[in-house]
Design a protein. Structure first.
Length: 316
């Protein structure tokens, strides 16, 4: 009996070590999402907390974020480099819902199938409470993958953004989080992408959901280090015809009376720049234009778990 139990343990261990997930782009069983797949919708605003050029020197320089718009819209391989442990949070015109198959995909810009920079992915229904997809990395952590080295086998990676080369997104299925507290998988409003620190040094390492160290190219003390977020595509969108905030006049000339009035939608909501930076809160159905620069703004609010949104153009 003891011998049988020992054999079962060994078999289970071997299965865990050699477990295989979908293969690289173009191979049988790959689940990569092409950027030109019909019907995809794209993130409309992004907020970034840049990471360090090297997490080993936390008094050192952080990556420079030139333009958060690089991560908004279609996957065109214009990117935001997050740096070590950098974070990007994307918002969408409509909530993402759990539908048939994968519900969204995250795009990186790797130039080939094995030089990969990875990231964790988390989702939220309110922008406050986030739940992480259970990530797996079975790549050996005995030897550090160097800054210009390759990850040997993508079949040992699962639920880690950046698994596929540029132009192909890593898919995520919200049904995997159906038992998670604090989110509504039928109404996801925010996706957070967090750079994996590829170091195998336990002082700096990132760990998968089973406690394995995640080994990817490191250190990379360059201005483009860390996960390079190209875009996030929505596959299953929750359509809400009733969820539109409209104001008048729109566009509004600030030089007129400095106010815009809500004519449909919520009376209380928040205003953001198109880069996802919070600007102000509307409490009474009137928007004060005073102090706002000319440009396009996103209006967004939540009522009974449903997002309502609109845009406001300010002219000078």
């Amino acid at each position: 009996m003891k011998s049988m139990l020992k054999m079962l343990v060994m078999l289970f261990s071997m299965t865990s070590i050699y477990a295989q997930f979908p293969d690289r782009v173009g191979m049988l069983g790959s689940d990569a999402i092409p950027a030109d797949q019909l019907g995809l919708k794209w993130g409309v605003s992004c907020q970034v907390m840049p990471g360090f050029l090297s997490i080993a020197n936390q008094n050192g320089e952080k990556v420079g974020i030139d333009d958060v718009n690089n991560a908004i819209g279609f996957a065109d391989q214009n990117v935001i480099s997050l740096g070590d442990a950098g974070v990007a949070t994307m918002m969408f015109a409509q909530p993402i819902t759990d539908g048939l198959g994968p519900d969204f995909a995250v795009f990186e810009n790797s130039f080939e199938d094995y030089f990969l920079e990875l990231a964790f992915v988390e989702v939220s229904s309110d922008g406050v409470h986030f739940v992480r997809f259970p990530a797996t990395s079975l790549t050996s952590s005995v030897k550090q993958i160097g800054p210009f080295d390759r990850i040997p086998d993508v079949r040992k990676l699962n639920n880690l953004a950046g698994k596929y080369r540029g132009g192909f997104g890593t898919p995520f299925d919200l049904s995997e989080l159906k038992d998670s507290a604090g989110i509504d998988i039928q109404s996801i409003t925010h996706i957070r992408v967090i750079d994996v620190i590829g170091s195998i040094d336990p002082r700096f390492a990132s760990y998968d959901s089973d406690g394995n160290i995640i080994n990817d190219p490191w250190p990379t003390p360059f201005s483009t280090c860390g996960f390079d977020l190209d875009a996030i595509a929505v596959i299953n969108e929750r359509v809400q015809s009733e969820g539109k905030i409209e104001v008048a006049p729109n566009p509004v000339h600030a030089s007129a009376d400095g106010l815009a009035r809500v004519i449909s939608g919520l009376q209380q909501f928040d205003i953001y720049t198109m880069e996802g930076v919070w600007v102000s809160r509307v409490e009474n159905g009137f928007i004060s234009i005073s102090g706002l620069s000319a440009g396009l703004y996103l209006m967004r609010g939540i009522e009974q778990g449903s997002i309502q949104a609109g845009t406001l153009m300010i002219l000078r």
